[in-house]
Design a protein around this ligand. Structure first.
Ligand code: A3D
Length: 320
C-alpha cells in the first residue's frame, strides 16, 4: 500500500515539529510548503537525515510550489504571520485572511480530497475562511484548538492530583481565546468527575478555578516566557492526533473547531465542540447538553467568534 502524502502548508515552528512527528510516527510522506525559499527544503532535509538514526521510513520534501501537494490525503495549515507590536487584531485578521485565500485556492486545485486541519490564528475565523476559500466539504475542514486547550487542562489537572496524564480526560469547548469554555463537569480522573473529586477532598473548588484560568491563558503564558513566537510542540502534537484519527479511521472523540449548521444553536460558523474524526472526516458532532453557566460561557464564546467572522465578511465579501 502506498504511503499517504501529508502536506504541511507553512513550515515555521509548528510546521517543522509536525514534519518531525509525522516521520517518527510513520504516518506518511511529508511535503513541506512555505513562501520562504529554502526553509521547507532545509527543514525537510534535516529531518530526513534523522530518519536513519530513528529508523523511520518517510519521504520528506520541501517546496515553494503548491503543485507538489497534488494528491495529499491530509493538509495541515499553519501559514500566516504572527501579531507584531503595533498591529491591531483586525490588521492581523486582514493579512491572514489573504493567506487563507491563497492556501484555500492551492488546496482546492491540488488536494481537493484532503482532510484539512487549520491551526493559523485567529483560529475559528481562519478555519471558516479556509473552508470558504477551498470550497471543500465542511466535514473535511477542521480547526485545531480544543485538543491543545484540553491537553493543557489535562496536564495541569494531572499535576494537581499527582496522577498519570493518561487517566485524566478533559473537554475545553468554544472559541480559541480568552472566552474558551473548560467543562469541569465533563472532566474526570479515571471517570470520576472533577466536582466529585472536590467532594472527596482531592482538591478545592478554588484550585479548580485557578487551573481553569491557567488553561484559558495557556497560550499567553508560553508567549510571555518565549518572548519571540508562540507554543509549537503541543499545538503540533494536537494536530497530529487529529490527522492520525483520520488516516487510521480511529474515530476518536476530540474537541475541534467544527462547522456548525444548527448544532448547539449556531449557524454557519466554526466553533470548538466534540466531534468524531474518522476516514470520512468529521463523522459526527457530539451535541452534549450545555446548561447554566456552561451554556452562558459557550454563548459568550460564540459571540466573540461571530465578531471575528463578521469582520472577515467585511474585509473579504467575495469569500461568501
Ligand atoms: P511561524 O513559525 O511564524 O510559521 C508560519 C510560517 O508561515 C512561516 O514560515 C511563514 O513563512 C509562512 N507563511 C506566511 N505566509 C505564507 C503564505 N502566504 N503561504 C505559505 N506560508 C506562509 O508560526 P508558528 O508555526 O509558530 O505558528 C503558525 C500559526 O499557528 C500562527 O498563526 C499561530 O498564531 C498559530 N497557532 C495556533 C494555535 C492554536 O491553538 C490554534 C497554537 C499555536 C499557534
Amino acid at each position: 500500500m502506498a504511503r499517504d502524502k501529508i502536506g504541511l502548508i507553512g513550515s515555521g515552528q509548528i510546521g517543522g515539529t509536525l514534519a518531525h512527528l509525522i516521520g517518527l510516527k510513520e504516518l506518511g510522506d511529508v511535503v513541506m510548503f512555505d513562501i520562504a525559499e529554502g526553509v521547507p527544503q532545509g527543514k525537510s532535509l534535516d529531518i530526513a537525515q534523522s530518519s536513519p538514526v530513528d529508523g523511520f521510513d518517510a519521504r520528506l520534501t520541501g517546496t515553494n510550489s503548491y503543485e507538489a501537494l497534488e494528491g495529499a490525503s491530509v493538509c495541515i495549515v499553519t501559514a500566516g504571520v504572527p501579531r507584531k507590536p503595533g498591529m491591531s487584531r483586525d490588521d492581523l485578521l486582514g493579512i491572514n485572511l489573504k493567506v487563507m485565500e491563497q492556501v484555500g485556492a492551492g488546496i482546492k486545485k491540488y488536494a481537493p480530497d484532503a482532510f484539512v486541519i487549520c491551526i493559523t490564528n485567529p483560529l475559528d475565523a481562519m478555519v471558516w475562511a479556509l473552508q470558504k476559500a477551498s470550497n471543500l466539504p465542511a466535514k473535511k475542514v477542521v480547526g485545531m484548538a480544543g485538543v491543545l486547550d484540553s491537553s493543557r487542562f489535562r496536564y495541569f489537572l494531572a499535576d494537581e492530583f499527582d496522577v498519570s496524564v493518561e487517566d485524566v480526560t478533559a473537554f475545553v469547548l468554544g472559541g480559541h481565546g480568552d472566552s474558551m469554555v473548560p467543562l469541569v463537569k465533563y472532566s474526570t480522573v479515571a471517570g470520576i468527575p472533577l466536582p466529585d473529586l472536590v467532594k472527596m477532598g482531592w482538591t478545592s473548588q478554588a484550585r479548580i478555578d485557578e487551573i481553569v484560568d491557567r488553561t484559558r491563558n495557556g497560550g499567553a503564558e508560553i508567549v510571555n516566557l518565549l518572548k519571540t513566537g508562540s507554543a509549537f510542540y503541543a499545538p503540533a502534537a494536537s494536530a497530529i492526533a487529529m490527522a492520525e484519527s483520520f488516516l487510521r479511521d480511529k474515530k476518536r472523540v476530540l474537541p475541534c473547531a467544527a462547522y456548525l449548521n444548527g448544532e448547539f444553536g449556531v449557524d454557519d460558523m466554526y466553533v470548538g465542540v466534540p466531534v468524531v474524526i474518522g476516514a470520512k472526516g468529521v463523522e459526527r458532532i457530539v451535541e452534549i447538553e450545555l446548561a447554566g453557566k456552561d451554556r452562558e460561557a459557550f454563548d459568550k464564546s460564540v459571540a466573540a467568534v461571530r465578531g471575528l467572522v463578521d469582520a472577515c465578511k467585511k474585509i473579504a465579501p467575495d469569500l461568501l
